[in-house]
Design a protein around this ligand. Structure first.
Ligand SMILES: NC(=O)c1ccc[n+]([C@@H]2O[C@H](COP(=O)([O-])OP(=O)(O)OC[C@H]3O[C@@H](n4cnc5c(N)ncnc54)[C@H](O)[C@@H]3O)[C@@H](O)[C@H]2O)c1
Length: 256
């Protein structure tokens, strides 16, 4: 283990949406640096499979981030099983690519429920737990599209812009109260996840599709899951102890 990540050994992290993609990558990296990791997801099959990768240091808990009851059940199960939470990564999210003229009200509500209300409930539960146990780090996965919108993603972009603001108000509240809880957001550009891989597999011209996404980033490529996971690792540990309330782009220059 490298020196700079020693502060994470023995810490307990909850990662929402960790049954797939970026969340699974973050969970794997935190576990590789000595954390016990709770995989919290609606997907029981994949969630359990990821948790088993970490031997005794992974634990699957069902969580629907949109439900306060589900959050309260998760926190009480996790506290019983492993004690106090040190790190919460609010990563679960869903997308939609329909313009404001196309998107239905139902889809709008669904996107906001998972991407924004889910993060709100997570931050509230984490504060409740962490303020009584010496503090912690909350990391909210927003998106570059929450900082620099595209016309095709009004619901998704609004939900992720709200996460940036919620991150700042959470950070301020915790700092003003002296809770020793930091709260930061990460704003990834387009990342090569199963979603993008599947879209490429289904496309008539996968290379053209990838080029289209890559061209949105001045660095000329999409990011990797590890690019986002490394940023989360930094924000989780004491190496970032004086950083709170930021929205960190991990986006190859997309939001410059
Ligand atoms: N992939 C990208 O290019 C990209 C870019 C910027 C931001 N993001 C954000 O990163 C996060 C992860 O994205 P991904 O591409 O890895 O997605 P993914 O679809 O691979 O994984 C999302 C996970 O969230 C879970 N989930 C969905 N609804 C849930 C709910 N109500 N409660 C609990 N879990 C739920 C799913 O079961 C899944 O395991 C999302 O918040 C997404 O908006 C992704």
């Amino acid at each position: 283990m490298q020196d700079k990540q020693r502060s994470l050994a023995g810490k307990m992290a909850i990662v929402t949406g960790a049954a797939s993609g970026i969340g699974a990558g973050i969970a794997r990296l935190l576990a590789a640096h000595g954390c016990r990791v709770v995989i919290a997801d609606v997907d029981k099959v994949e969630g359990r499979r990821i948790a088993e990768e970490f031997d005794g240091n992974g634990y699957f808990c069902h969580l629907d981030v949109t439900s306060e009851d589900s959050w309260l059940a998760l926190m009480s199960e996790v506290n019983r099983h492993w004690g106090a939470v040190d790190i919460l990564v609010n990563n679960a999210g869903i997308g939609s690519a329909e313009s404001i003229e196309e998107v239905s009200l139902d889809v709008w509500h669904q996107i906001l429920a998972v991407n924004t209300t889910g993060v709100f409930l997570g931050c509230r539960c984490a504060i409740q737990s962490m303020k009584n146990s010496g503090g912690g780090s909350i990391i909210n996965i927003s998106s570059a599209l929450g900082l620099r919108p595209l016309s095709s993603t009004p619901a998704y972009g609004a939900s992720k812009a709200a996460v940036v603001n919620l991150t700042k108000t959470t950070a301020l509240q915790c700092a003003e109260k002296g809770y020793q809880i930091r709260c930061n957001a990460i704003n990834p550009g387009f990342i090569m996840t199963p979603l993008l891989e599947n879209a490429m597999a289904a496309a008539e011209d996968p290379d053209a599709l990838l080029k289209g996404y890559s061209d949105l980033h001045p660095m000329g490529c999409v990011g990797s899951i590890d690019d986002v996971a490394q940023a989360a690792l930094f924000l989780a540990g004491d190496e970032s102890q004086f950083i709170t309330g930021i929205a960190l782009p991990v986006d190859g220059g997309m939001t410059i």
